[in-house]
Design a protein around this ligand. Structure first.
Ligand SMILES: Cc1cc2nc3c(=O)[nH]c(=O)nc-3n(C[C@H](O)[C@H](O)[C@H](O)COP(=O)(O)OP(=O)(O)OC[C@H]3O[C@@H](n4cnc5c(N)ncnc54)[C@H](O)[C@@H]3O)c2cc1C
Length: 308
């Protein structure tokens, strides 16, 4: 028996069968609606089950990949090797005074709405960000002048070895669309947000304004992964891409959005290769024209074709 088939068997012994899937098509979990299959796809319901998965992965030398709501991801066409973990079943949100505790699989949009219902201000910026709490901490998600680091007090994470750590916000070294979560290979389990009491109408007004701006500026009618690139110092990505005449430029089914030049949209059954080739084309064109390096914000995961 290969390590691959042993781990499949051991996972099915350790977890309820409905939490473990094999050759799972990943496009249903990504906002770009593309990507190959996950060899093994696991949705643990609690920290103990997650610990079991990590221990088995270590024992059988199987790589582990984490996905949240797939809104900042491009999964390669060749799929994801080993075990893909998704925490969508760990999604509780609770309020205690000015504090909101949200599990990693909760949608940050739902946490933002929960804050509104609890008359707590601070998460209005997040009302249209389509990721999970885990994904939002991973990249210190932000919009309209706010970001996760403004409101995060602490986070519970699990290490690769299955150890639980409670970290202060500072320990995660959150900066512009960056944290140490990827470097340390932490898995975020829960976040503690500290918010400020405010009037329902005042919070709602800011959320409505943010929603209006988002809907009027972003190509939400197409699958995408949001802003593809980080904002380079002293420039605006959208303007650079626009000034290079790249809006509407297509490779296969992937197109630089005509509505927002910082977005690449899936207009016609794009493959991950189309997307990645288009990202490289935009980076190369902007570099040649303006000597500016566009750093990718979107995360690319999956095996290379030679690994298949
Ligand atoms: C239409 C649209 C609009 C967007 N607008 C914004 C915006 O205004 N501001 C903004 O910041 N972003 C925006 N995004 C990008 C995206 O929503 C955010 O980056 C979000 O935080 C990603 O969360 P996710 O759960 O979808 O993560 P995924 O895309 O699933 O994963 C992204 C990375 O996070 C890691 N990750 C996910 N969960 C965990 C966890 N529990 N522990 C550790 N690592 C984890 C993954 O391993 C991966 O490396 C937008 C995206 C779209 C499609």
């Amino acid at each position: 028996m290969t390590n691959h088939s042993i781990i499949e068997k051991r996972l099915l012994e350790a977890l309820p069968a409905e939490l473990v899937k094999f050759s799972e098509p990943i496009k249903q979990y990504t906002y770009t609606k593309l990507g190959g299959e996950a060899d093994i796809f696991v949705t643990p319901k609690d920290a103990n089950q997650l610990q079991t998965v990590l221990q088995l992965a270590k024992q059988y030398e199987t790589p582990v990949t984490l996905i949240g709501n797939g809104s900042n991801l491009i999964v390669k066409d060749e799929g994801i090797q080993g075990i893909t973990i998704n925490l969508n079943k760990m999604d509780s949100i609770k309020t205690d005074g000015q504090t909101i505790y949200a599990q990693a699989g909760a949608k940050i949009i739902d946490v933002s709405r929960h804050a509104l219902e609890s008359r707590l201000s601070g998460l209005e910026f997040a009302c249209g960000i389509p990721g999970t709490v885990g994904g939002a901490l991973y990249m210190n998600a932000g919009a309209y002048g706010g970001q996760i680091s403004d409101v995060l007090k602490s986070a519970t994470v699990m290490t690769e070895e299955g150890e639980l750590l409670n970290l202060k916000s500072e320990d995660l070294e959150l900066s512009y669309r960056k944290s140490i979560i990827s470097e340390k290979k932490y898995i975020v389990l829960e976040a503690e947000f500290i918010l400020q009491p405010a009037e329902y109408e005042a919070i709602k007004e800011v959320m409505d304004k943010n929603t209006f701006l988002r809907e009027s500026k972003q190509p939400l009618e197409y699958p995408s992964c949001g802003s593809v690139f980080k904002r380079p110092q002293g420039h605006y990505t959208g303007k650079l891409v626009q000034d290079c005449g790249l809006q509407g430029y297509r490779i296969g089914g992937a197109e630089v959005s005509t509505k927002h030049a910082g977005f690449i949209v899936n207009v016609d059954n794009a493959t991950a290769k189309d997307y990645i080739d288009l990202i490289h084309h935009v980076q190369k064109t902007v570099k040649e024209r303006y000597s500016v390096d566009l750093e990718r914000e979107v995360v690319i995961i999956g095996r290379d074709s030679k690994e298949k």
